[in-house]
Design a protein around this ligand. Structure first.
Ligand code: ZN
Length: 289
């Protein structure tokens, strides 16, 4: 960890708060180039770990210069704003990073006893944590389902052909109007959450003060996805960063599946920067409404 060496990137572009030469944990497989970094932890105490995900054996773990790990994989630079207490994993290089919260070491030791050697389980806090690959498959299935559901909303209920929408939080109804401002449809909805394209962050509706309490309560059932996936992002009350905007649709797809909803409506604000994702529970033509 001598400071005398240089790196292949321009150190002026270093995005982390920590100095380039900060000591960080990785595995010998990452350093010898045989395996990519697939798991990144920003520990509660501020330390970073860049792991291949195949081992945490002390014989395989190495304490190295952070810059030396990062120069092996430019995609790691995008994780510089990962807060302490957060981790990120991915199924393979080139796949998006999935951010998540993890428990403090102290909490883990208590419920860790029966889980022994099983890698990846210990961070799920009681629920078995899906691997990045399993989570990706889980998401893919939900996204496929949502895609068919969206097609059905268009072909069977004429979604997409309206000029204006109105969401009344008090009645929990989404109304759709045509060019002449005639009401075409009315839908019962559950608010899932919102994505801000300016900050790149997601916020669950159940923790959003601007959502009425009754709607927040309905939305709170979505926290059950923590149990299904073992990922704590489903119970994080604060807004958190998504690495790609398409992940907002992926989260919405998981929620539509969880709610057994008919689909989703993405309601943009007037500036188009905040998109509210509403799960469609039931649709009625205006004539019947
Ligand atoms: Zn270095």
């Amino acid at each position: 960890m001598s400071n005398a060496h240089t790196h292949s990137f321009d150190e002026a572009d270093w995005p982390f708060d920590e100095p380039v030469s900060t000591a960080t944990f990785t595995t010998r497989h990452v350093m010898d180039g045989s395996l990519p970094v697939l798991e990144v932890f920003h520990d509660h105490d501020g330390e970073w770990q860049f792991l291949c995900g195949t081992t945490t054996e002390s014989a395989d773990v190495k304490l190295v210069c952070m810059g030396c790990v990062l120069e092996r994989d430019a995609s790691l630079f995008g994780l510089a704003d990962l807060p302490p207490g957060w981790c990120a994993d991915r199924a393979a290089p080139g796949e998006p990073w999935i951010r998540d919260v993890f428990a403090q070491e102290d909490d883990e030791e208590e419920d860790d006893e029966d889980e022994g050697e099983e890698e990846g389980v210990e961070r799920g806090e009681g629920f078995t944590r899906m691997s990045a690959a399993d989570f990706e498959s889980f998401v893919d299935i939900a996204v496929d389902e949502l895609s068919s559901k969206q097609d059905a909303l268009i072909s069977e209920h004429g979604f997409g052909g309206f000029a204006r929408w109105y969401f009344d939080q008090a009645s929990e109804k989404l109304e759709m109007f045509d060019e002449e401002d005639r009401k075409l449809f009315e839908a019962d909805v559950i608010d899932i959450g919102s994505y801000s394209s300016s900050s790149g962050t997601w916020k669950w509706a159940w923790s959003n003060e601007s959502v009425l309490p009754a709607l927040r309560e309905k939305s709170a059932v979505l926290k059950a996805l923590e149990r299904t996936t073992g990922r704590r992002m489903f119970i994080v009350p604060e807004a958190f960063k998504l690495d790609e905007e398409c992940m907002a649709w992926e989260l919405a797809a998981l929620c539509v599946q969880q709610l057994r909803a008919m689909g989703v409506y993405r309601a943009p604000d007037s500036a188009g920067r905040l998109n509210n994702f509403l799960a469609i529970i039931a649709v009625r033509p205006a004539a019947a409404a």
